[in-house]
Design a protein around this ligand. Structure first.
Ligand code: SF4
Ligand code: SF4
Length: 175
């Protein structure tokens, strides 16, 4: 037999959805889990970067860090990344506020600059697939890892796309 339900009236539910955490807080107030989830897993920041000695301009290459898995676009040893790659930059709120080279699509940079997250971000879409489908991730674009290239070859590997935002429309919006 079905259990009798209480007849106590409930207050009407608000039609306004709760504000997502990334819109309602500053970077410094995120919980560790919220902080990690802001990374979309694109892998762009794990590409080798070159600094122009004259202008201090940072250029991305299409060469991956030794630990970058070009298929998943994730670090293959995230827990020990800094022991294995000493110049791997640990992203903290302070670092995010000062690093000049975070890609324009990076979740940390978007929130830092007061922008909302785009449709393809896993926190919005609910799946990591959309980062690849929208062409944001490095999947299919990495020419190799840093061990595979000589120093003199690096300038020829400079690419513009990691510093660009394709601004692809949400394909679901057309349905
Ligand atoms: S660029 Fe930003 S969002 Fe992409 S992998 Fe790096 S930290 Fe994560
Ligand atoms: S060690 Fe891992 S997280 Fe750090 S740059 Fe390399 S692939 Fe990215």
């Amino acid at each position: 037999m079905a259990e009798a339900r209480s007849k106590t009236p409930r207050p009407p539910a608000s039609l306004k959805a709760a504000t997502p955490f990334w819109r309602g807080k500053v970077l410094e107030d995120f919980s560790p889990a919220e902080w990690e989830s802001l990374c979309d897993g694109c892998g762009r920041c794990c590409l080798l970067k070159l600094e122009d000695e004259d202008t201090a301009e940072i250029h991305y290459t299409d060469i991956g860090c030794t630990l970058l898995d070009a298929g998943t676009c994730r670090c293959s040893d995230y827990a020990r990344r800094q022991a294995r790659v000493p110049d791997c930059v640990r992203l903290t709120p302070e670092a995010v506020r000062s690093l000049p080279w975070l890609p324009p699509t990076c979740g940390y940079r978007l929130v830092r600059d007061g922008h909302d997250l785009p449709w393809w971000h896993p926190l919005v879409s609910g799946t990591r697939r959309t980062v690849h489908e929208a062409g944001i991730s490095v999947r299919g674009k990495v020419s190799g890892t840093e061990e595979e290239f000589e120093t003199e070859e690096l300038p020829d590997r400079i690419v513009e796309w990691p510093g660009q935002d394709p601004r692809s429309p949400d394909p679901r919006a057309a349905k």
